[in-house]
Design a binder for this molecule. Structure first.
Ligand SMILES: Cc1ncc(COP(=O)(O)O)c(C=O)c1O
Length: 401
């Protein structure tokens, strides 16, 4: 397969310091910046606009429709055609109930049932295009399943997935193994599992043979998640939502959607004077580092001790890209909202009652919307988009077993 790097990448930058990060002609995989922060891909958007004009988005199934704004090209349809291009659906009953215009983007149709497929599809293809032969990551759920699948799709060595010890024999363990992942277990949580995996793999990473796919440890996952923002733009056109409500763990989706909007503005596809959606980071009160740091007006996200949440994807006690998450919330005029476990379950049932098949993470976004209506932040008639980030089956397996 002839994977190639987008020739219109202008430079790689440290997301925290803004300093350019060397890539030596894209001759090796990209990890964190020398300052220890996530690296972001910057495109030459003027050149892209001039080169592709009205043909910026290509006629292909799946998310490589956005190939001109992705770092890696050349994936075959067998790799990427079933990733992305998910539906965005209006809910008239809920809209009437709350006096707003409510929409849900459903990510459950991705191949492993969650939006993680977008980021891992790009992360794996990019790392391989840069010379890596294998991948590893710590996970407590969907990301490990997606990383296993895309490593298998490229015919690479099994993705090495490390999970906290109490995941042995669980659904995610079996799903990773099913898609070809090599699963191991370490420690009480994902932070401990990650530290262990990094120590084990240090030599292979230094040699450029393996890539750490942990959230934001390489730039591909963010670029993949960005495609949600590009789709939102295509699905809503001139009439973008007033609010985008996002269930936030590590924050790749939130930062990615906003990166898409910023690139579209720079490309002239969104008018510069157009009001942009206000971005909302939703977390559980049991684990709300982003919400707490946003309220405190901090520059970085301070880690917390998680008390556990039914919404696995929100059980992330720190955020290496916290500075960007907080910038997006501030720049967009958005909010951080923490919802209770009970609020999540009530919203989960409320969505089911109108025929919306949602996970717990997606349900948390409806709970947050109700809270923002109560506080008067969201006002009558506003257009609100909820991100339902996975299929309902993980939640159903917990509530129905
Ligand atoms: C279903 C689901 N929703 C939301 C999240 C949070 O994602 P992000 O890292 O983009 O904040 C996750 C992460 O594990 C997830 O699995």
């Amino acid at each position: 397969m002839a994977l190639s790097i987008n020739p219109n990448i202008k430079r790689l930058v440290c997301s925290r310091t803004g300093e350019e990060v060397e890539h030596d002609g894209f001759s090796h995989p990209i990890g964190l910046s020398p300052a220890g922060f996530p690296v972001a891909v910057e495109y030459d958007l003027a050149a892209i606009s001039e080169q592709f004009g009205d043909d910026l988005f290509v006629d292909r199934p799946g998310m490589w429709r956005y190939t001109n704004l992705l770092p890696v090209a050349g994936v075959p349809d067998a790799y990427g055609a079933d990733v992305g291009q998910t539906p965005t659906v209006p809910y008239p009953d809920l809209s009437e109930r709350y006096g707003i215009d409510l929409w849900v983007k459903h990510e459950g149709g991705n191949p492993t049932g969650s939006f993680k497929d977008r980021g891992l599809a790009v992360g794996v293809a990019l790392g391989h295009a840069l010379g890596a032969e294998s991948f590893f990551l710590p996970t407590q759920g969907n990301a490990g399943v997606a990383a296993s699948l895309f490593s298998t799709r490229l015919g690479l060595r099994a993705c090495r997935v490390t999970m906290p010890e109490d995941y042995v024999g669980g659904m995610y363990h079996k799903a990773c193994a099913h898609y070809g992942g090599e699963v191991s277990f370490f420690g009480p949580n994902i932070a401990a599992a990650g530290k262990f995996a990094r120590e084990q793999m240090a030599e292979e990473v230094a040699a450029g043979r393996s890539v750490d796919l942990s959230t934001f440890f390489e730039p591909g996952r963010l670029e993949g998640k960005k495609t949600m923002g590009l789709e939102i733009f295509e699905q809503f056109g001139d009439d973008l939502p007033d609010w985008v409500v996002y269930p936030t763990g590590g924050g790749t989706g939130l930062v990615g959607i906003w990166k898409a909007f910023e690139e579209l503005k720079a490309l002239g596809l969104i008018p510069v004077d157009k009001a942009m959606p206000k971005m909302v980071a939703v977390q559980s009160v049991n684990c709300a580092p982003v919400v707490e740091s946003f309220r405190a007006g901090s520059e970085l996200v301070a880690p917390v001790t998680s008390e556990g949440t039914i919404a696995d994807g929100l059980d992330v006690p720190g955020a290496i890209m916290g500075h960007e998450i907080l910038r997006v919330l501030r720049d967009s005029g958005g909010q951080g909202v923490a919802v209770t476990e009970e609020d999540i379950t009530v919203a989960y049932n409320e969505l089911a009652a109108v025929g919306a098949a949602s996970g717990f993470e997606g349900s948390a976004t409806l709970a947050a919307t109700k809270s923002l209506l109560e506080s008067g932040s969201i006002t009558a008639g506003e257009k609100v988009l909820l991100l339902n980030t996975n299929s309902p089956w993980v939640a159903l397996s917990k509530t129905l077993s």
